[in-house]
Write a protein that binds this ligand. Structure first.
Ligand code: SF4
Length: 332
């Protein structure tokens, strides 16, 4: 399965895309991501925002500016906003919480957060403010790899937090990296196994991209075919899950890679809404980023005969169904 290439790979991906269409129709969820802080107390070896990277200008975004952008100037196809940051509890208190309260009051947007391993009391505050989906990636299912790459805490703790979040009523999405240096095929398959054991509503598959200013800068980029095969396998194993086409696909390969993600069964796309002046300092991989704008996203979807879903992810997960026809949120 992981080694499929050529015509056999194409059939495999077609089966995965068909599984997504059977469950979700020809609709794809569209979220806008806002990167609210690039401070991070962690030191993951695969990430440019690790605390040891002293050359990075750190920022926390301004709540009022983000609120103005998201309430009044967000792209029309966006139904959910994903607030993302390094592991920075101060940004959770000072930026995420007040922003979520404003967005819940003034818009019908679904709220997704990706803010790292936090104190359970902070998870509760975020939930009470109106966030519904928590993204907490386990990155690798192998405890030794997890430790070697200095991922946050231990794998056991990460998994414990995923379960805790689900127990407390969150819709939890996770994710893993394909192509981490030293990753064997067995370990890669272990990621699919761990994902299946967890109480998840979705999971991402990210290609390893050697980040500038990281200990892994000299390592090779992930094999794109391997990454896409993992995505297709995940879709076939979990037909009901929300599986994103991650923007790192565009860094891992040239051409219409993003479209290949959609053709391998992805049903969520992400548009970057971080204000331009902050975006350059949010360096997960490299300073040069391929930013997915609304035009690029809509073009990639149209090429696959897919359309933006009008329902927010939170709303969908609450009701676990796609309405026949709804109107785009008119606020904003
Ligand atoms: S992957 Fe996340 S937790 Fe790890 S260093 Fe980067 S921003 Fe911090």
């Amino acid at each position: 399965m992981l080694r499929l290439r050529g015509a056999a790979q194409e059939s495999f991906h077609q089966a995965a895309a068909q599984a997504a269409v059977s469950r979700f129709g020809r609709q794809v969820f569209v979220r806008g991501v806002v990167e609210i802080s690039n401070y991070c107390r962690e030191n993951c070896g695969y990430c440019g925002m690790r605390r040891a990277n002293r050359g990075l200008d750190r920022y926390r975004a301004n709540v009022d500016e983000l609120a103005e952008l998201l309430v009044h100037r967000r792209p029309r196809s966006v139904t959910d906003v994903s607030l993302q940051a390094g592991e920075d509890p101060r940004a959770v208190r000072e930026v995420a919480l007040p922003l979520i309260r404003i967005l819940k009051r003034e818009t019908s947007l679904g709220i997704i957060v990706c803010l790292g391993t936090l104190d359970p009391a902070l998870y509760r505050e975020l939930r009470e403010a109106g966030a519904e989906v928590y993204i907490l990636k386990f990155e690798t299912s192998d405890p030794d790899d997890y430790e070697r790459h200095e991922a946050p805490g231990t794998l056991a703790e990460r998994v414990e937090h995923i379960r805790l979040l689900a127990d407390e009523g969150w819709f939890v999405s996770s994710g893993f990296i394909v192509g981490l240096p030293g990753q064997s095929e067995e370990r890669l398959l272990g990621n699919l196994g761990l994902a299946a054991e967890l109480p998840l509503t979705g999971c991402s598959v990210s290609p390893f991209v050697p980040g500038t200013d990281t200990p892994l800068a000299g390592e090779p980029m992930a094999d794109l075919d391997l990454t896409l095969n993992c995505m297709a396998a995940l879709r076939l194993l979990q037909p009901d899950w929300i599986i994103p086409a991650v923007s790192a696909l565009n860094l891992a390969g040239p051409g219409e890679v993003y479209g290949r993600g959609l053709r391998a069964g992805a049903n969520l796309v992400t548009m970057n809404l971080t204000p331009r002046e902050l975006r350059e300092a949010y360096v997960l991989y490299r300073r040069e980023r391929f930013i997915m704008t609304e035009d690029r996203i809509l073009e990639a979807m149209a090429a696959e005969n897919l359309a933006p879903c009008r329902q927010s992810l939170g709303d969908y997960l609450r009701h676990a169904r796609i309405p026949v026809e709804t109107s785009v949120a008119a606020d904003g």
